[in-house]
Design a protein around this ligand. Structure first.
Ligand SMILES: Nc1ncnc2c1ncn2[C@@H]1O[C@H](COP(=O)(O)OP(=O)(O)OP(=O)(O)O)[C@@H](O)[C@H]1O
Ligand SMILES: [Mg+2]
Length: 257
């Protein structure tokens, strides 16, 4: 059974005032087929956690480990992490001028599998996934995310998830900015990916509405750079009703320094 294990992870970023610690000892274990929802106030470090696992150079790991089936992810390059089966759907997907959706997917798939996908089956898979995600066929020939609306960018992330078939996916606010129908379509895409490949999922979100469609096994409350509490799906409802006040120091509204 595949396991993604985060232990005592500390991460800093460089600022004009020197290094600033954002993650302060994150512990989290995700097994294949499990869905873990991460909820927490703005600025608590959720995206930092996502980027750190994916290997973004801005984030410096100062302590701790991230292992995938025992192999140290932090020692891997960004593409080794992707080949090992890690996938990140970004909160703010980036535009890639000059690279079409089709070319991007084919290049990524080839890099991850070590060989180009057989052309006919591949084109069918792209068409099927795009139909499932209600993406117009014309998107295949557009440059990645260039001029895409917020919701279209999120669907494109899920298109990548479906086609690249990672073992673990980190979905950073994939639900934000989606209309009601798109939310369902995106959630169905995530559930399809999970059913097909026993995907393990870290689902970062502010809203319980996506958790009606993507049922979490565990909910974690992320506050000031670490997990402050964990529970089952009922914890998400409690957070929606009560907010994060009880986790924050008196007088603080966001992360503490
Ligand atoms: N270069 C930087 N300089 C100073 N602070 C930074 C820098 N990069 C990140 N931070 C801070 O790190 C903290 C964590 O940011 P992060 O994006 O991880 O939060 P988040 O939990 O994803 O928030 P949101 O819910 O708004 O997406 C924020 O307070 C942010 O301002
Ligand atoms: Mg974020």
């Amino acid at each position: 059974m595949s396991t993604l294990s985060i232990k005592d992870l500390h991460v800093s970023v460089d600022t004009d005032q020197g290094a600033k610690e954002i993650l302060r000892g994150v512990d989290l274990v995700i097994k294949e087929g499990e869905i873990h929802a991460i909820m927490g106030p703005n600025g608590s470090g959720k995206s930092t956690l996502a980027y750190s696992i994916a290997g973004h150079p801005k984030y410096h790991v100062t302590q701790g480990s991230v292992t995938l089936d025992g192999a140290e992810v932090l020692d891997m390059t960004v593409d080794e992490r992707a080949r090992a089966g890690l996938f990140l759907a970004m909160q703010y997907p980036v535009e890639i001028p000059g690279v079409t959706v089709t070319n991007f997917l084919r290049t990524a798939k080839t890099a991850i599998d070590g060989e180009a996908p057989a052309i006919r089956g591949w084109i069918t898979s792209i068409r099927e996934s795009m139909t499932n995600l209600r993406m117009e066929p014309s998107f295949a020939e557009r440059n990645v995310n260039e001029g895409f609306s917020g919701g279209e960018k999120k669907r494109n992330e899920i298109l990548q998830l479906e086609l690249l078939q990672p073992r673990f996916a980190i979905l950073d606010e994939t639900d934000s900015g989606l209309d009601v129908d798109a939310l369902k379509i995106v959630a169905e895409g995530v559930n399809r990916a999970k059913d097909k490949t026993a995907l393990g999922i870290m689902l970062i979100t502010h809203y319980t509405r996506i958790l009606r469609y993507i049922k979490p096994d565990f909910v974690h409350v992320f506050v000031a750079g670490r997990i402050a509490e964990q529970g089952g799906p009922e914890l998400a409802d409690r957070l929606e009703n009560e907010g994060y006040d009880r986790f924050l120091p008196v007088g603080a509204s966001e992360s503490t320094d």
